[in-house]
Design a protein around this ligand. Structure first.
Ligand code: GDP
Length: 364
């Protein structure tokens, strides 16, 4: 067909016939075949060999929301499970600016000097909004990120805190199967995320700063109660005395809490991540704790309790997902909400009618 631009109306414009092009400028160039996804057994084999590239790819699958990825991921996790568990898992929490990245960098290097391999994971409930505010940028852990025995992974970003936390928990299994015998799970100190981290670690370390005046203000009691150790960072220069004072105040406050189930009395230490002071003492404390709780049976007990917790968490998450993604429920939800808001229905009646609909749908 004649090209419309060759029409009279387009006088002056003509479309010439193209010159035939050779199929490839470089006839010897071979296109790289598209990367094939590994099979479950290739994933497992790679992970067990400690291949970090394969581990990374497996973690990406764990984090994926695609059902076909999840299917493979769950199989890989299941096959890795018998090889997991043999590690020390440490949760590290502190408000933004407390010095988590700086501290984990030096602390991690110290731990690696003592041998073994270290994985640093994160749970950051805000990462969806801020695109990975913590650990998103590996350069924040400059030295650790280039260490051959370290594996640093930012927080999974998709989904609810529960979902994000579950993925991190599953990633721990993969890292352990890959031979990482120390796992740090970092979280920003904002409340609920600590509970999530606490439910997957053996030792919960709380990083604090000496403030101005009342140190304990604003620190939620629940978070302090979870801590197996509190460390006051930036104990350097002019700040040294204030950090020591803060430590004393924390020690006094801890006395007021009921004795922890572990039988361990939480310690309070001061250190400086920036100047690398007091780092060894922190790991010594964790080491001592692990020996202590392994001896009195609490280590096993806590891990079992955590497994139980995650079973129920998983059930809750799946039920919630299935409920809220049910098309019938989705179509009814807004209307029910409106009725509740304008007093047309009580919350309970609305909930019951939605649940009844859901269960009826499930029976079909
Ligand atoms: P994060 O937000 O908890 O990860 O905190 P960062 O590690 O990014 O540290 C926040 C700021 O505190 C940075 O400017 C660090 O240089 C500084 N900082 C971290 N550790 C120390 C320390 O031990 N002493 C002093 N004086 N400053 C520190």
């Amino acid at each position: 067909m004649e090209h419309p631009e060759n029409n009279e109306a387009y006088k002056g414009l003509a479309v010439n016939k193209g010159v035939e092009q050779p199929s490839s400028v470089n006839p010897y160039l071979k296109r790289k075949p598209k990367k094939r996804r590994l099979s479950v057994s290739e994933f497992v084999e790679g992970i067990l060999k400690g291949d970090v590239t394969v581990l990374s790819q497996a973690v990406t699958l764990v984090e994926s929301v695609k059902p076909e990825h999840q299917e493979v991921a769950q199989e890989v996790i299941e096959k890795c499970l018998p090889y997991s568990g043999n590690s020390v898992r440490v949760g590290i929490s502190g408000v933004p600016g407390a010095g988590k990245s700086t501290s984990i960098d030096v602390f991690g290097l110290h731990v690696l000097e003592r041998g073994g391999k270290l994985a640093v994971l994160a749970i950051d409930p805000s990462s969806e909004r801020s695109k990975g505010s913590i650990l998103g940028d590996k350069t924040r852990m400059e030295k650790l990120s280039v260490h051959p025995k370290s594996f640093i992974r930012p927080s999974p970003s998709a989904g609810s805190l529960g979902g994000v936390a579950r993925k991190t928990r599953e990633t721990i299994v993969l890292c352990e199967a890959a031979g990482f015998d120390k796992i740090f799970v970092e979280t920003v100190g904002v409340g609920q995320s600590e509970t999530a981290v606490h439910s997957m670690v053996d030792f919960f370390l709380l990083i604090q700063l000496a403030g101005t005046g009342d140190e304990l203000q604003g620190i939620k009691r629940g978070i302090m109660e979870m801590a197996d150790g509190i460390v006051i960072n930036k104990a350097d220069g002019d700040n040294l005395e204030r950090a020591k004072l803060a430590a004393t105040q924390f020690r006094n406050a801890l006395h007021l809490f009921p004795a922890p189930e572990s039988g361990w009395t939480p310690r309070v230490l001061t250190y400086s991540g920036f100047y690398n002071i007091g780092i060894k003492e922190i790991w010594d404390m964790i080491d001592e704790f692990i020996r202590f709780v392994k001896e009195n049976g609490y280590f096993e007990y806590r891990r079992n309790e955590q497994s139980k917790y995650w079973m129920y968490e998983s059930i809750n998450e799946h039920l919630r997902d299935s409920f809220y993604h049910n098309p019938k429920i989705e179509s009814m939800l807004q209307e029910k909400e409106r009725l509740v808001l304008n007093g047309g229905l009580t919350s309970f009646v609305a909930a019951k009618s939605l649940l009844d609909t859901y269960f009826d749908e499930m029976k079909r």
